[in-house]
Design a protein. Structure first.
Length: 244
């Protein structure tokens, strides 16, 4: 790829005055996973200098220049790259392991070789999503009737699907494959809940799904388990008791 081995200095100068390439690549990665930022080189030459830096902080985090015996990674000012960087000595590609949301952002690759070139990687880190929690919502007053509650409210079970500490997600109820309701948040670290009313004898399949643009998690509703009629709480079943 880099052929002007003996003309390095000449071409570096040429690069400075105009031939700098400027490419941006977006990469998405799940929290806890690894991401490799590829130089797309099969092999780097002795004289080539490779520099990786964090754009926002102008911080050098990895460098290769074999001609001067340099092959290093750095932990960064707040040490957030400590034990997380792997530099490939053949290709110069940089791997960030066990990534967290703190590692999201732009990374710049600069190559000083026959030509000077650079490439920017925009790294998005997605949080792992918790499985939503479906619980009975006893705060709904539909069955704690005052007078003669309607028969339909007696047959309904109020549920709520909830998640805690999420951000940039959508929480939705599905009946089979069709969307019933959903709620979205863009904030970080918020708790979300979404209600659902079903009839006790409903035989449809319901599920509560949390998603971001990258992944999703599903919790299926088990009506027979969650919507048991408690004799103590609902006057609706007193006629059944009176038969005994
Ligand atoms: C080159 O990158 C800079 C920031 O590094 C950006 O402002 C500029 O728009 C880019 N130019 C092109 C042609 O992509
Ligand atoms: C689900 O909710 C129940 C009742 O609030 C709680 O006891 C349980 O710990 C929750 N589970 C999760 C995984 O949040
Ligand atoms: C539940 O309570 C609200 C007010 O708190 C009332 O407007 C509503 O009619 C009640 N619903 C039932 C089914 O009792
Ligand atoms: C009972 O739930 C069904 C949907 O499952 C709904 O259409 C109906 O309005 C509910 N009835 C009451 C009284 O909330
Ligand atoms: C969840 O997925 C839907 C499409 O299935 C999408 O429109 C929505 O933007 C996603 N939510 C987030 C927060 O990315
Ligand atoms: C959840 O993600 C899978 C792929 O990861 C996709 O096939 C499925 O449609 C998604 N489910 C929902 C409800 O968005």
């Amino acid at each position: 790829m880099i052929t002007f081995v003996n003309l390095t200095n000449l071409f570096v100068s040429a690069g400075v005055f105009g031939s700098e390439t400027n490419e941006t690549k977006s990469v998405s990665v799940m929290e806890g996973d690894s991401v490799t930022l590829h130089t797309d080189f099969t092999e780097i030459h002795e004289d080539d200098e490779i520099m990786w830096s964090v754009v926002a902080e102008h911080t050098l985090i990895a460098q290769i220049h074999r001609a001067s015996g340099i092959f290093s990674t750095f932990d960064g000012p707040d040490e957030r790259f400590r034990d997380r960087l792997k530099l490939d000595d053949q290709t110069g590609s940089l791997t960030i392991t066990d990534i967290t949301t703190k590692h999201a952002g732009d990374y710049k690759l600069e190559i000083i070789a026959a030509q000077l070139s650079s490439k920017t990687f925009s790294v998005s880190v997605y949080a792992r999503l918790p499985t939503p929690n479906i619980t009975r919502d006893f705060s709904q007053n539909s069955s704690s009737s005052s007078s003669s509650s309607s028969s339909s409210s007696q047959q309904n079970c109020s549920l709520v699907c909830s998640v805690v500490n999420v951000g940039h997600v959508t929480l939705s109820w599905y009946k089979g494959n069709s969307l019933l309701s959903s709620i979205s948040v863009s904030d970080l670290s918020i708790s979300l809940s979404l209600p659902l009313e079903v009839e006790y004898q409903d035989k449809n399949t319901y599920s509560c799904v949390i998603n971001n643009s990258f992944t999703n998690q599903t919790q299926h509703l088990d009506i027979s388990k969650l919507c048991q009629i408690h004799s103590g709480t609902s006057p609706a079943i007193s006629p059944v008791i009176s038969i005994i």
